[in-house]
Ligand binder design. Structure first.
Ligand code: NAD
Ligand code: LMR
Length: 332
């Protein structure tokens, strides 16, 4: 029997990630090739015409799984009945703006969209925040949507995770699908800690630690980390626009694994509400290694953490604590 359609909200759908993401969702990349979807697309009034153009293209693409499209500038209409919300909309940093100005704009957007989701989304709606500052926007959304379970509010660090897999694969000249279990700890920012200590590589002789195969400790502790941390900036420099196709693809990976489960023996990185695991302060949205089953994520426990990692995990937590304080100061 055919499945009932799942309603997926994409905010900022007229933007460049939105333009890459909505066809992926409509093709079944996010939820599976047997899962019909109804797309809800939200943007702001200046982008209404462009948003309508995206809707026209979705109709023209005749995606068999796409059972309906809502394109609107009304947050209530956009949020009504949605089962999954991918929050891509936000205010970009413009010339001459201070960090606090950008934070202030985004925090107020996420505060008001939190209320719309809380009131109108389907029960148990899963939320993924992509827009930057992703962790702190997700935290504000969580704080202002208290009836949405905190386990349902996450942010995207899967792009960083995939970038780390890609760097190891490039270095070893192997397929990226043969590398697994890197970890992104912390913030989706240049303080994030891409950790390769527990990563493994599939070889003809079985699974081997990535550290053993790469061997060059100075590369792993230096260039590997900075390349992943600064990849977003490198893409902006090269494209004059921030990453879009890789961000959209990572958003699909994040939701697909969350809903359908991670493969046995594999974890992924997700920004989730910290419960104090690994001595990360509770009350931050922090990226951890997680496994997913039955639509729920669980932080992977018990990984040994060396002194080098500890310092980097703490540094990114400090940045998130400062961002949280800044976000609250914008709201007061
Ligand atoms: P973009 O500027 O092309 O698109 C953003 C869209 O959001 C625009 O269409 C804009 O009109 C819309 N928007 C603004 N305010 C809105 C609101 N209140 N409600 C609904 N829509 C609103 O930007 P983009 O390149 O698509 O990037 C989107 C966001 O994702 C940015 O914040 C970017 O920094 C972030 N990003 C995050 C990651 C990640 O891995 N977490 C990766 C890449 C980009
Ligand atoms: C990315 O990681 O590609 C983006 O978050 C960069 C940005 O600042 O938009």
């Amino acid at each position: 029997m055919a499945k009932d359609p799942v309603r997926v909200l994409v905010t900022g759908a007229a933007g460049q990630i939105g333009y890459a993401l909505v066809p992926m969702i409509a093709r079944g990349v996010m939820l599976g090739l047997d899962q019909p979807v109804i797309l809800h697309m939200l943007d702001i009034p200046p982008a209404a015409e462009s948003l309508n153009g995206v809707k026209m293209e979705l109709i023209d693409a005749a995606f068999p799984l796409l059972k309906g499209v809502v394109a609107t500038t009304d947050a209530v209409e956009a949020c009504t009945g949605v089962n999954i919300a991918v929050m891509v909309g936000g205010f970009p940093r413009k010339e001459g703006m201070e960090r606090k100005d950008v934070m202030s704009k985004n925090v107020s957007i996420y505060k008001s969209q939190a209320s719309a989701l809380e009131k109108y989304a389907a029960a148990n709606c899963k939320v993924l925040v992509v827009a930057n500052p992703a962790n702190t926007n997700a935290l504000i959304l969580k704080e202002f949507a208290p009836s949405i379970p905190e386990k349902n509010i996450t942010c995207l660090t899967r792009l960083d995770h995939n970038r780390a897999l890609g760097q190891i694969a490039e270095r070893l000249n192997i397929q990226v699908s043969d590398v697994k279990n890197v970890i992104i700890w912390g913030n989706h920012s240049s303080t994030q800690y891409p950790d390769v200590n527990h990563a493994t590589v599939k070889t003809p002789g079985g699974e081997k630690p990535a550290r053993e195969l790469v061997a060059a400790d100075d590369w792993l502790k230096g260039e590997f980390i900075t390349t992943v941390q600064q990849r977003g900036a490198a893409i902006i420099k090269a494209r004059k626009l921030s990453s879009a196709l890789s961000a959209a693809s990572a958003a699909c990976d994040h939701i697909r694994d969350w809903v359908l489960g991670t493969p046995e023996g594999t974890w992924v990185s997700m920004g989730v509400y910290s419960d104090g695991s690994y001595n990360v302060p509770a009350g931050l949205i922090y990226s951890f290694p997680v496994t997913c089953r039955n639509g729920e994520w669980t932080i992977v426990q018990g990984l040994p953490i060396d002194e080098f990692s500890r310092k980097k995990m703490d540094a990114t937590a400090v940045e998130l604590t400062e961002e949280k304080a800044l976000a609250y100061s914008c709201l007061s």
